[in-house]
Each structure stands twice: as structure tokens, then as C-alpha cells.
Design a protein around this ligand. Structure first.
Ligand code: FPP
Length: 265
């Protein structure tokens, strides 16, 4: 089965679980639950600096916030959550910091399999992973495949953006579309929005309902540009390593009171 068909099927399975009777302490409190939330986890460096520690100390604490946020997102009934872990631009940071972030990623892949399995969460790493070491690429594939194979009724899909750039993802998608059109030997190559969407790194949930950025910065920073076209944006002053489940719930509550019009009246 090709990737696009697989993700379409997966979406059906996850959405089938929507509204199923499960212990949901948020019922009634949050009326309008976003299906896909994306997070720019910003402020690790400043958090570390405030404590007189090196930047990498902030990243170590930052990675520990991912699991509880996935847990609360699942309890709320969110179907997809995306985290910006490492941008294409981040390759330009000092080598020591880049190496440390790669080590964190490797440890994450080594240590989180049980958690993903037990919580019936799927993982998809999005971004130009060809820039990662062969070893990490292999760990990513193994992790993703294991979850796909073992989890029959997933509750949530987690996108982890690594070596990721929003413009880069769109360009790679367009190039995939063109290659496929050329294969068909059709003289008139005509690319549509649907085709671009179907060739994004994870075509499973292409639209983001809510994007959260921590640390008080109010920018998109080349994150999931296609998917953010009609998203609600929420900026929190809290630095990522301090971003709590309560902070996340507050963002969802604020989102649920927003009036989305998608360009209509
Ligand atoms: C932005 O803070 C954060 C990053 C560039 C990296 C985010 C990474 C993590 C939370 C951990 C990595 C996760 C995995 C799974 C490997 P910053 O460094 O730009 O902070 P600053 O704006 O305060 O300097």
C-alpha cells in the first residue's frame, strides 16, 4: 500500500475513535477540541541561562516536557500533535549544541518506544531526514514501523519535526509530484493543491487547527507553512521547559472560544 493510502486509512481509524466513551475529564469544559495542534518549543536557551547553566541544560529539560504534553493532548481527544524539535536553520548552531540535540534525539528514539506503544501513539518524523546520520535515520524508520505494525487502533499521531523547514517540505512535495507526473509520461504537467498536500511529509493530517509558540516570541519561523494556512495562533510567555499541562489546557480553552471563519462570513 502506498504511503498516501496508508495515511488515509489511518485517519479513518483514528477518527473512528473520536467521541468514543473514554474517561475524559475535559468533557464539557472544552467544547471545541482542535484535531491537530502544533507546538514551537521555544525558550530552552533562555531558561538555562536564567539558572546560570549552559544552553544544552535547557534542551535536556525541554525534551522531558514532550511526553506529558502528548499525554494530556490524548486525554483531551486531540488526534494529531506536532513538535518542532530541530529546524533546518538549527544546523548552523555551534557544533557542540547540534551534536547534543542529535544525541537527545537518539536517546528519545531509544527510550520512548514503550511509552508510545502503551499510549497507542504513532510517531512520524517529518523534515529532511537525509541530513541525519545513517544510524539515526535507521532508528527513526524502525521506531515508526514498529508502532505502525503493533498499534491497530491508534489514539494520536505525533509528528516530530527534525531538520525541518516549511518551505523545504513544500518544495520537496512539489518535486515528488513532478517526478510522478513525469513517470506517467503525461506531456502536460499540472500540479494541484491536493497533489502537494498528498506529498507532504505526513499527509495524514494536513491542516493545523492551533499553533502554540512558547517563550513570548511571536513568529512562525518556517514551521509547517502549508499546514498553518488557516490555523489559530497562540503565543505563551512561558519558556518551553516550564510549559505545563495546565498551560497547554489554557491554550486549548482559549482556542475553543475562538470564532474561525476560514475566509467566509
Ligand atoms: C528552541 O529554544 C528550541 C530548540 C531549537 C530545540 C527544541 C528541542 C527540544 C525541546 C528538545 C529536543 C527534542 C527532541 C525529541 C530531540 P532555543 O534554543 O532557541 O532557546 P532560546 O530562544 O531561549 O535561545
Amino acid at each position: 500500500m502506498d504511503l498516501v493510502k496508508f495515511y488515509r486509512l489511518l485517519k479513518k481509524v483514528i477518527l473512528r475513535g473520536k467521541g468514543k466513551k473514554e474517561k475524559n475529564s475535559f468533557k464539557g469544559k472544552i467544547t471545541n477540541i482542535p484535531e491537530h495542534v502544533a507546538i514551537i518549543m521555544d525558550g530552552n536557551g533562555r531558561w538555562a541561562k536564567a539558572q546560570g547553566k549552559p544552553r544544552i541544560y535547557g534542551h535536556s529539560h525541554g525534551v522531558d516536557r514532550i511526553r506529558p504534553i502528548i499525554e494530556v493532548a490524548t486525554r483531551i481527544g486531540i488526534k494529531c500533535i506536532s513538535f518542532y524539535a530541530f529546524s533546518k536553520e538549527n544546523w548552523n548552531r555551534p557544533k557542540g549544541e547540534v551534536d547534543f540535540l542529535m544525541k537527545l534525539l537518539e536517546n528519545y528514539l531509544n527510550n520512548e518506544q514503550e511509552t508510545f506503544l502503551n499510549s497507542r501513539s504513532l510517531l512520524k518524523v517529518i523534515g529532511d531526514i537525509s541530513m541525519l546520520s545513517e544510524d539515526i535515520q535507521c532508528k527513526i524508520r524502525t521506531f515508526e514501523e514498529l508502532l505502525k505494525e503493533k498499534i491497530k487502533e491508534p489514539k494520536i499521531m505525533v509528528n516530530l519535526a527534525v531538520s525541518y523547514g516549511g518551505k523545504d517540505e513544500i518544495v520537496r512535495s512539489v518535486n515528488k509530484c513532478i517526478s510522478r507526473e513525469i513517470e506517467k509520461k503525461d506531456k502536460n504537467i499540472f500540479i494541484t493543491e491536493d497533489m502537494i498536500e498528498a506529498n507532504l511529509d505526513n499527509p495524514w493530517y494536513p491542516k493545523i487547527d492551533l499553533m502554540i509558540r512558547t517563550s513570548g516570541e511571536e513568529r512562525i519561523s518556517n514551521f509547517m507553512l502549508w499546514q498553518l494556512a488557516y490555523s489559530e495562533l497562540y503565543f505563551s510567555e512561558v519558556l518551553w521547559p516550564d510549559f505545563s499541562e495546565e498551560d497547554f489546557i489554557k491554550a486549548i480553552e482559549i482556542y475553543s472560544r475562538r470564532n474561525r471563519r476560514f475566509g467566509t462570513l
